[in-house]
Design a binder for this molecule. Structure first.
Ligand code: ADP
Ligand code: MG
Length: 628
């Protein structure tokens, strides 16, 4: 029986080429190890294994441009020669795992990052030589430090070193291809990206600070140079919600998005420790219905180490519209996205976040409906998105999803059923929920519906037609119809069809007359026997095709309908007195009357443009002049 042997010889080329697609993450790995070493030290001190004061446990990063080195120094546990042999020389042996095993019961939650025992070797992606100078906390003699160095081939050298204090220096001799990692701004950028919220202070360079000396009038300002600390070691999400005020959440938002001037609407503080570990703060941003949706604002952390801000597949799609942070120890750090998305823990986390968000929204709705309504226009796209994509969310959201009517009142689905009663029930027992997607553009339709004693909803997001489809499935005997999708008589048919005042022959004739005056492939002419109070001639947008087209534009629905040409129906009301009149007119007069009726109908749908519009205006002006 053989044994697959992971040796440095065969793993070096793999690490260099494949393990990490991004070279820059070597710094995250080095700092993570330094943080781990510091956290271990603090944990041992808490357990009483290390006696006395620990002193400073900061991490310091420095660049020496002349020597072309990047050094990461920590004041953590350090390593003895034996430990270097064990943890460094044996590739893929993780001291972090071992530490957690050993102190499983006592260490509690030390927040250790390391896992796989591979991170250290990522240094060789950017360095052709790596040195370790380390002195374990157990060694009282400074000559007992260990000095290890390796040129990237499997040969390493280990000798006695010298180090005044406990801790470790990792010295990376940056190779030619990666000299960008000797630039201050680059290192600062990477530290800001990956290490912004690590739990141990990280110093890089210095900065000037102004301090006040003396009191009152005597006070003098003085500039002093202080270490520049990169990170906030105690970010808001690591604290308890009870310790934080609204202001703290707002400040943390600014810290996360310093370039953003928009304030979030509200936040959700997540805290779960069973069946998996998860903390985080999610912010609901203001989202205007027609706005370009912004994704990838959530930042994913593992034990305060930044992992990614591309959370698609990790949090449910609809929540990628939120802002904020999620931190979980159970999210693997060193792996590819596809692995991350397939990971069982990650899937469970996603389901749980969905539930938490739904519960929180529900709670807010119940606690303070006024406030909930005030935020609704900015929140609803996210809620709609969730309802459409997550069944479990839909179940909960049905109770707090709000419909706004044209008067500005909000109703839940249940409430709206009550409000309508039987008022909008048609002869077949269907309840027709009339809506407008744009209160301005469909103003005429809204007015007509109101004149008939009906209520109109405003459903104006890009997801509305999808959601309507969904709600028609969920709500019994409810059909949605846009106010301009038919004449009001037809939208809610109360009785059997009315008899037509025109003969079949006359209907055919008026149809031909109108047809001859309108674009053929854009307008379909229909003669209908409507009530005499309905418009004589009106342009409508039939519900079904329009809905299909909209859905196909925002994804889903039937594909390929986006390119469908615009098409409208023109309803001629056989029972309107004006149509009666047209029938009786001579050719010239009839032509004029029909032209006015058509132009007015087009105007009502904002479809009168160009020469047709100028012609219309000129005619009206001419008419006024003859009156004057
Ligand atoms: P992991 O962090 O996943 O355990 P690494 O390859 O990053 O794997 O590191 C291997 C081991 O080397 C660590 O677990 C730790 O025991 C040791 N080590 C690395 N860097 C340091 C350091 N700065 N201080 C103390 N020990 C370290
Ligand atoms: Mg590590």
């Amino acid at each position: 029986m053989g044994k697959i042997n992971v040796t440095a010889e065969n793993i070096f080329p793999i690490i260099k080429k494949f393990l990490y697609s991004d070279h820059e993450i070597f710094l995250r790995e080095m700092i993570s190890n330094a943080v781990d070493a510091s956290l271990k030290l603090q944990a041992l001190s808490r357990m009483g294994e290390i006696k006395g004061e620990l002193g400073k446990v900061d991490i310091e990063v420095s660049v020496d441009k002349k020597k072309k080195t990047l050094t990461i120094s920590d004041r953590g546990v350090g390593m003895t020669a034996d430990e270097v042999d064990k943890y460094i020389n044996q590739v893929a042996f993780s001291g972090a795992e071992e530490f957690l095993q050993q102190y499983k019961d006592k260490a509690g939650d030390a927040g250790i990052i390391g896992h796989f025992g591979l991170g250290f070797y990522s240094g060789f992606m950017v360095a052709d030589k790596v040195e370790i100078v380390s002195r374990s906390w157990k060694e009282s003699d400074e000559k007992k430090a260990v000095h290890w160095s390796c040129q990237g081939d499997p040969e390493f050298e280990m000798k006695a070193g010298k180090r005044g204090e406990r801790g470790t220096d990792i010295i990376l001799h940056i190779n030619k291809e990666n000299e960008e990692f000797l630039e201050d701004f680059k290192i600062r950028e990477l530290l800001k990206k990956y290490c912004r919220f690590l739990p141990i202070p990280i110093q890089f360079g210095t900065k000037e600070e102004t301090i006040k000396k003396g009191e009152g009038d005597e006070a003098e300002e003085e500039k002093i140079t202080v270490p520049d600390i990169i990170n906030n070691a105690l970010p808001a999400w690591t604290k308890n919600a009870s310790e934080l005020k609204d202001e703290d959440y707002a400040n943390f938002y600014s810290e996360l998005y310093p370039m953003s001037f928009d304030k979030p609407l509200f936040h959700i503080h997540l805290k779960v420790d069973f069946p998996f570990d998860l903390t985080g703060i999610l912010y609901f941003p203001k989202i205007k219905p027609q706005m370009e949706l912004q994704k990838n604002k959530i930042q994913l952390f593992q034990n305060q180490v930044f992992v990614t801000d591309s959370v698609e597949g990790i949090v449910p799609d609809f929540l990628t519209l939120l802002h904020g942070v999620i931190d979980s120890k159970d999210i693997p750090l060193n792996v590819s996205r596809s692995y991350l998305q397939a990971d069982g823990n990650v899937k469970k986390i996603s389901g749980h976040i969905t539930k938490k968000v739904a519960d929180k929204l529900d709670e807010m709705f119940r606690k303070d409906r006024k406030e909930f309504e005030a935020n609704w226009e900015d929140t609803k796209v996210i809620v709609e998105y969730g309802m459409l994509t997550e069944d479990k969310f839909n179940e909960k959201a049905k109770k707090f999803y709000l419909l706004k009517d044209s008067e500005g009142n909000y109703h839940t689905l249940e409430e709206y059923k009550e409000v309508l009663g039987k008022q909008q029930e048609d002869k077949d027992g269907n309840n027709i929920w009339l809506y407008a997607s744009d209160a301005e553009a469909q103003h005429e339709g809204i007015e007509q519906a109101k004149a008939s004693g009906y209520k109109v909803l405003i459903l104006n997001t890009p997801l509305s037609s999808h959601l309507i489809q969904r709600m028609e499935g969920d709500l019994e005997k409810v059909r949605f119809a846009r106010v301009d999708s038919d004449s009001i008589d037809n939208l809610i048919k109360k009785d059997e069809a009315m008899p037509s005042k025109l003969s079949e022959e006359q209907e055919k004739q008026i149809k031909e007359w109108v047809e001859s005056k309108m674009e053929k492939d854009k307008f379909q002419i229909k003669v209908d026997s409507l009530s005499s109070t309905s418009a004589p001639l009106q342009v409508i947008v039939p519900e079904f095709m329009r809905r299909m087209k909209e859905q196909s534009m925002t994804g889903g629905g039937m594909m390929g309908l986006t390119d469908l040409p615009e098409s409208y129906e023109v309803l001629v009301n056989a029972n309107h007195p004006l149509i009666d009149q047209v029938m009786a007119q001579g050719e010239k007069e009839r032509d004029q009357t029909l032209q006015e009726l058509i132009d007015l109908a087009l105007l009502g749908q904002n479809l009168l443009h160009g020469a047709a519009l100028s012609g219309f205006i000129a005619r009206q002006r001419g008419r006024l002049e003859t009156i004057a």
